[in-house]
Ligand binder design. Structure first.
Ligand code: AP5
Length: 218
């Protein structure tokens, strides 16, 4: 089955979609992680998007759509996927519709002050893409990723100005997708304000029910 994890910066899309990917054994595909890996490795894609991402702006649609199209053509997606951070514009949603039928959109919602608190306390593993929070989700060994042992970093786009830009890009370009998907009846909104285990328990029940529903098997 195919799921899109949707929501403002910092709502917990990465945290929840990685848990879902591990639980339901479907590949986790994060456009943000793909861009950050390209920047870390200094590839032509990374060089093209570095300043855009650091400023908190959106990467142009043509580049992002092509990247996701190529990723979704790989053989590991045959049983479905957990897509994190894509689509985030109407043209991207239209492109995904053309490429993949019958996906569900999980819309995570939290109030803005919680978003700011989550992003300013985030530490990230740039190797495996896992997020931590200094207060709410610290790693077992301070500063080190539990999963792969890499030193954790602060993301460049978690600086105050970039957070402001990301929230404004979300409101202008991404929030219109809420209507786009609600009209279609395939968006499920979940409050992500509680602690991560509580949010995950609710989300896991929603995903499990969809997975077990024979009408949803596509
Ligand atoms: P991307 O990496 O997708 O960033 P984002 O959408 O801004 O989302 P974040 O990664 O900041 O947050 P999240 O919702 O995943 O939250 P997380 O789980 O980390 O994109 C980065 C950039 O790449 C974009 O700005 C853009 O430039 C570009 N880009 C990417 N996709 C694009 C696209 N489709 N089109 C164009 N450009 C694109 O959690 C946040 C923090 O909260 C963590 O510290 C976590 O530990 C903590 N936390 C999570 N859940 C909880 C909880 N329930 N309780 C307490 N703490 C929690």
């Amino acid at each position: 089955m195919k799921f899109v994890f949707f929501g403002a910066p910092g709502v917990g899309k990465g945290t929840m979609s990685i848990r879902a990917s591990q639980e339901f054994k479907l590949p986790h595909i994060s456009t943000g992680n793909i861009f950050r890996a390209a920047i870390r490795d200094g590839t032509p894609l990374g060089i093209a998007v570095k300043s855009i991402i650091e400023a908190g702006d959106l990467v142009p649609d043509d580049l992002t759509i092509k990247l996701v199209r190529e990723r979704l053509a790989l053989p590991d997606v045959a049983r479905g996927w957990m897509l994190d951070g894509y689509p985030r514009t109407i043209p991207q949603a239209q492109a995904l519709d053309a490429d993949a039928a019958g996906y569900h959109v999980i819309d995570l919602e939290v109030p803005d002050p919680v978003i700011i608190e989550r992003l300013s306390g985030r530490r990230m593993c740039l190797h495996c893409g896992r997020s931590y929070h200094m207060v709410h989700m610290p790693p077992a060994v301070p500063g080190i990723c539990d999963q792969c042992g890499t030193a954790l970093s602060v993301r460049d786009d978690d600086a105050e100005d970039a957070i402001r830009n990301r929230l404004s890009a979300y409101r202008m370009l991404t929030a219109p997708l809420v209507e786009f998907y609600r009209e279609r009846g395939t968006m499920i909104t979940i409050s992500a304000e509680n602690d991560a285990d509580t949010v995950w328990n609710e989300l896991r029940s929603v995903l499990a029910a969809l997975m077990e529903d024979p009408r949803q098997q596509k």
